[in-house]
Design a protein around this ligand. Sequence first.
Ligand SMILES: [Zn+2]
Length: 396
Amino acid sequence: MKMLYKIRGFISILVFFLSLFISGSQAYGANTIYDIRTGDQPDGVRLVIDGSNEFKYDAFLLDNPNRLVIDVKDAKIPDKFNVSKNHIIEDVRFGDLNNGGKRIVFVLKKNANIKKKFTLEPSGEQKKWRLVVDLNVGGESISPVVSQSKVVAQNTGYDKKNVSVVKTKKVVVLDPGHGGKDPGAIGRSFKTYEKTLTLAMGKELKRHLEARGYKVYLTRTTDIFIPLRRRVQIARSYHADLFISIHADSTVNRKAQGFSIYTLSETASDKEAEALAERENKADIIDGMDFSDNSPEINDVLISLSQNDCRNKSSKFATYVVNEVRRNVKLVNNAHKFAGFAVLKAPDVPSVLLEMGYLSNYTEEKQLRQPQYRSKLAQYMAKAVDRYFSDPEIVI
Ligand SMILES: [Zn+2]
């Protein structure tokens, strides 16, 4: 037995050196990351990453929370990897990019700028390629309370101690509009209730997304009334990565047709968008009780702190949806619109609201009643969700 261990030991040492030789000499193949170091500088911090190959990378900053993101193409990172934290770096996380690359996210305690970024090729004693990023620290740091809660929300699924990747599912919360005493719009030709269609569509989309590996929750699974504010709270309580509110529209013009998608804005993109937001927001005063007042969670300060990043993400998703849906479904003009929907006001969850079509239009009411049509629509939506989450700018 002892001999066998010796041979095994010898082989593993041989394999180790062989792998060093291969990774050191290969000009292509995975770039193995050996080390990430940080060093203080008078006006900031220097990050140095050692790799086996030349770095093909992209480095950029994100805010809320402040992050430096470095995407390295064709990279390999050992399972256990410790990076020293300092007065600027609060946490380091790793994730996989679609194309075999790795994303390294440095969560920053302070607002920073990228002062310099460059690579150094191996020379002399230094056998490794190096990527250097100098961060200049300026501006105000985020208040600790807010940054802490944001970091926790962003950290879902990542083991902070090992800073290693735990394969985790993205969470999508689907919100079938209306319900219970609030039927929503009512179809002109077949008297279809919007609340019935939105629930059917929510369940259908859930199936499609689960098949693609997402964790999906519905804000309601039965015919019940839920105030708008509560819908937002549900999304936040599940740490949703994406929130999709599902609706169908109605208008006096019987000819009006088409699918549209809304993201949050204080100023509506047009009169129709404004009127629609007003109609949908009325769900909260249906019983004479006004739920629409700002809750502590949805106060303006928090919204203004994080909504930029969140709005950008919401818009990005809306664009993906429009691109997927447009090939097969009739869209309204400028299908991505902006309006102040109460249900889109989670400050930290990218959120969109779909109007699947018009219940006031004979053809669209008929279509939306068909399970096959909803299934097709769900398929396009699910594709858009895939595209969104594989967008390298949608940070892990
Ligand atoms: Zn609605």
